[in-house]
Design a protein around this ligand. Structure first.
Ligand code: GAP
Length: 520
């Protein structure tokens, strides 16, 4: 992949960086690796947990209308028969007759013809292969007729052969199968959401682009249920009416126009986004990414064209990010209507309708929007936007949002003679902030190391600290430093890390430190 992103780092370079710093490793590398499966190192695990925590705080803990669940990974085969995954969750496979290498049909066609082929059916792929004499990219051999390939991982439960179950290919279905229990136990009233985070598994034909397309990954999904006739009755819509984002509708794609900056109000007025609820959730999640440091220039919402929609969807929008390999899906927002509840009613024979107190009607609620996000894709997006090769400093600067940074505070003794006192400062902080104590190399070198892994604030204990009971606090993004009393350190860092105050604001109240050349 040779395209570069605005941050001028390729996906391959990011993968190397992530390995070197301890964010992401190829799984089973010791034994040659398993393609599409990854392990997360010391920084990666904290980073991932922080992303999940921010999502959960924003969309579950902070909302009276949304609750969470944690469903099982190994799930009953009938769930996936009812959901349509057993019959429809397939990609098109092309196999070389000579070298037997297998390719994902739409990807191969896309790579060779430089067109968009996402969602093309078997016959369409066969036609393109024949018309354009597409051969095996590996050995130039002839390709066999395209086949359907189901992406689910099957397993056997217990000692009885044939007791097939599936590793869930999405977290969503567990929300539907637990729907009645959750509604009753949490006493939910329409409209409401049920959210879930956790592992999902897809036996992707050709996992690629580092952690963009994996076989084992994590999802953060929410099903938002409404009265079937109230898709345009969103009580929160005023919050987002003036919110503006790049919009790429089905019509714009057909006319080969570019995406256009629009407010949610205008997308609704022009019937581009069909329902208020869909508009509301698109804006909410766009805002979540921007609030955590993603440049809105790198984001757009794109409507699925007719052939691309999943078997369950009435209308789907994707939140896309401008990756080095082009605009790609970061998060999906399908309008699933009552497809899933209806299917589970049919297959289980159980009634999943609920009583709506407002209309005094028994209804099968509609999922007006299903914001479905992969944790790994979110990680990629935050990393791409944070990565800067700072030529002036001579080191990488990873400008991760403080709430996402895997390590919040670096604690350094200026010289090792001051270790005892510095460790007291470290003890003060370590219970509430993930701290990194670092004593090796010059302070300048330690700052550079902290910049490279995105530590937003570093504290240095120096000889003056012995007298004035103060330390310097350095801001990663500007390299500015202020002098702060050790007594005040905990409260200042709490406000900085939770973004209740900016470093710039603090600079007005605290003594600025003139940075010595060797500490730059
Ligand atoms: N419940 C709906 C659903 O699963 P999806 O578009 O197939 O929809 C939702 O997946 C999100 O999960 C995607 O937008 C992406 O962020 C993530 N995702 C899907 N497949 C993935 C894969 N193979 N590797 C990493 N992330 C993936």
């Amino acid at each position: 992949m040779t395209h570069t992103h605005q941050t001028s780092i390729t996906t391959e370079q990011l993968a190397i960086f992530c390995k070197q710093k301890g964010f992401v490793f190829q799984s089973s590398e010791l034994y040659g690796g398993l393609s599409g499966i990854f392990d997360y190192g010391p920084l990666g695990v904290n980073f991932k947990n922080n992303i999940k925590q921010q999502w959960w705080n924003t969309f579950v803990n902070n909302r009276p209308d949304i609750v969470g669940i944690d469903g099982a990974i190994v799930s009953h085969a009938k769930i996936w028969k009812a959901s349509g995954h057993v019959d429809n969750f397939e990609d098109i496979l092309l196999e070389c007759k000579k070298c037997k290498q297998r390719f994902r049909g739409d990807h191969l066609v896309e790579d060779v013809l430089k067109i968009t082929a996402d969602g093309l059916k078997k016959d369409a792929i066969n036609k393109l292969v024949q018309e354009n004499s597409i051969k095996c990219p590996n050995c130039k051999g002839e390709l066999a007729d395209a086949k359907q390939f189901n992406l689910m991982f099957a397993t056997n439960v217990g000692p009885v052969e044939g007791n097939t179950a599936y590793l869930r290919p999405e977290t969503a279905q567990l929300i539907f199968t637990n729907f009645k229990l959750v509604v009753e136990t949490a006493r939910l009233k329409l409209p409401f959401g049920i959210a879930q985070q956790g592992k999902a598994f897809r036996n992707e034909i050709s996992p690629r682009d580092f952690i963009f397309r994996c076989r084992e990954f994590e999802q953060m999904e929410m099903e938002y249920f409404i009265h079937p006739l109230k898709a345009n009755d969103c009580s929160f819509i005023a919050d987002v009416m003036d919110y503006s984002l790049k919009v790429y509708s089905e019509e714009m794609q057909h006319k080969k126009n570019k995406e256009k900056e629009m407010t949610i109000k205008d997308t609704l007025k022009q019937n581009i986004i069909k329902t208020q609820w869909h508009g509301y959730w698109l804006a909410q999640f766009h805002q979540w990414f921007v609030g955590l440091g993603v440049n809105p220039e790198h984001l757009r919402i794109r409507q699925h064209v007719k052939d691309e929609k999943s078997h369950y969807a009435l209308d789907t929008w994707d939140l896309e990010y401008h990756f080095p390999m082009g605009w790609k899906e970061l998060q999906g927002f399908a309008n699933r209507t009552d497809f899933d509840l209806h299917q589970h009613m049919k297959h289980s024979g159980k009634d999943l309708s609920i009583f709506d107190e407002e209309t005094k009607q028994k209804v099968i609620p509609h999922v007006v929007a299903e914001p479905a996000l992969g944790v790994e894709r979110a990680m990629l997006v935050f990393l791409f936007d944070a990565y800067h090769d700072d030529k002036k400093r001579g080191n990488i600067l990873l400008k991760l949002h403080p709430k996402l940074a895997p390590i919040k505070v670096g604690v350094f003794p200026l010289v090792n003679k001051l270790e005892e006192q510095t460790k007291e400062v470290y003890q003060l902080l370590k219970d509430d902030f993930v701290c990194q104590y670092d004593r090796s190399g010059s302070v300048g070198r330690r700052y550079a190391r902290a910049d490279e892994i995105g530590i937003p604030y570093c504290i240095t204990f120096d000889f003056d600290s012995l007298e004035d009971k103060s330390v310097t606090v350095r801001d990663r993004d500007t390299t500015s430093q202020i002098r702060v009393k050790i007594d005040e350190l905990y409260s200042i860092l709490s406000r900085l890390v939770s973004c209740k105050v900016t470093f710039k604001e603090l600079e007005k109240h605290y003594k600025k430190v003139v940075v010595k050349v060797n500490e730059k």
